[in-house]
Design a protein around this ligand. Structure first.
Ligand code: ADP
Length: 376
């Protein structure tokens, strides 16, 4: 029986386990929260912080391969695991090139993968230089640790530089700036590379964000064949260039001129790929597990139009789910609840997916079900 270690016991880890349990694999998770989403279905749970290298090594000793469900973990700890002979996928080398957004953009740019204009900045004067070069608005980003838009600031005028610089920890933390891309759409493409060299690409997904958090994903994306072909080419090349074994999510901007630019990468299954569970013949979670074990990958084609909507907390309190009966009156929807004990404003609590003959019908059902579900 294969034993797999996952750093992180959130919803992404949980969905990996759910899919891989059909092959009866054994899972050890490492997460500081005792009742984290994956806790109830993991075979073993090491309750420890992500900075605890000893605990990571302890997990690695118990398993055949280690993976992770989020990228803000220590590359050094992954190197130590690899050093003791347990493989880690995506490897520490892949994470090293991705974890810091500036290094990630440099690596993409060096390999001629299109990205928005960007620049590393250390001082307010350098941000001003970037403003002179790229024009306003300008996006200031923390190079590490950002998620759901936290760690980004839009600078509209030169007068806003100081506030944004202070807010993102300028002088203490590494920062970068990017030209503001007036994109037409945000899409993402998920690509999976198996240890055996096989690469499979999932359909392009169209993403709608609310308050910088993913709200809805619609597949197929409403884009031209030319844009789709560009996205597929970027996905294959990026997966190879970063030696990204397992799932890699590539978030893209599509401009009205049909240009496709990489916004950022996540070396793992991704929220915008939840749709693959019901929408594709093989989910991103199953292919991730197959990939890190060197197995052939499953078919990534879309079965029929699919829409995913996140269930995001709108208040703080206990997480008692209500309205499931009413939501299920939409017979095409599937509801996923992650099992977080507390609701928090802006927290991802679950998601709903609908597949239908048309994208319009899937949207209708998913939104209706979403209206009926709430936490009391
Ligand atoms: P995070 O890592 O927090 O998800 P991102 O860098 O992906 O942050 O940015 C979050 C959102 O900010 C993006 O989904 C996009 O809407 C917007 N954004 C980021 N970079 C740019 C840019 N260069 N131009 C325009 N909008 C951007």
């Amino acid at each position: 029986m294969k034993k797999i270690g996952i750093v992180g016991g959130g919803q992404l880890g949980k969905m990996m386990i759910l899919d891989a349990k059909k092959l009866d694999y054994y899972f050890v998770i490492l997460d500081p929260t005792e009742h984290c989403p994956a806790h109830s279905i993991a075979d073993e749970h090491i309750v420890a912080g992500f900075e605890d290298q000893e605990a990571m090594l302890q997990m690695a000793k118990k398993v055949d391969v280690v993976t992770y469900e989020f990228e803000h973990i220590s590359v050094k700890a992954l190197q130590a695991i690899e050093g003791m002979g347990t493989p880690v996928y995506p490897s520490s080398e892949t994470l090293l090139h991705i974890q810091n957004k500036y290094h990630q953009k440099q690596w993409l740019h060096q390999h001629e993968i299109p990205v928005p204009d960007f620049m590393g900045v250390n001082t307010k004067e350098e941000i001003k230089e970037a403003g002179d070069k790229f024009g306003y608005p300008l996006i200031l980003k923390a190079c590490t640790g950002g998620y759901d838009g936290k760690g980004n600031a839009v600078i509209q005028t030169e007068q806003e530089i100081e506030g944004a610089y202070e807010a993102l920890g300028g002088g203490r933390l590494p920062l970068m700036v990017e030209e503001f891309v007036p994109f037409l759409k945000e899409v993402s493409i998920l690509v999976c590379q198996s240890l055996n060299g096989q690469v499979e690409v999932f359909p392009v997904a169209e993403n709608i964000h609310k308050n910088s958090i993913l709200d809805e994903t619609m597949v197929p994306a409403q884009i031209t064949d030319e844009v789709r072909a560009k996205a597929f080419a970027i996905a294959r090349k990026t997966s190879k260039v970063f030696h990204a074994i397992g799932m890699l999510c590539i978030e893209l901007f599509v401009t009205k001129e049909g240009e496709v630019l990489v916004n950022e990468l996540a070396p793992r299954p991704h929220n915008s790929g939840h749709y693959t569970i019901e929408g594709c013949y093989t989910s991103q979670y199953e292919n991730h597990i197959r990939a890190i074990l060197g197995l052939p990958l499953g078919n990534t084609e879309l079965i029929r139009p699919t829409v995913m909507k996140n269930i995001i907390g709108d208040h703080d309190g206990k997480a008692n789910l209500c309205g499931l009966k009413e939501a299920y009156e939409n017979k095409n929807v599937q509801v996923h609840i992650y099992g977080k004990e507390e609701v928090k404003k802006g927290r991802k609590m679950g998601h709903i997916t609908a597949t239908a003959d048309t994208i319009e019908e899937a949207v209708r059902q998913v939104r209706d079900a979403h209206k009926k579900l709430y936490f009391s």
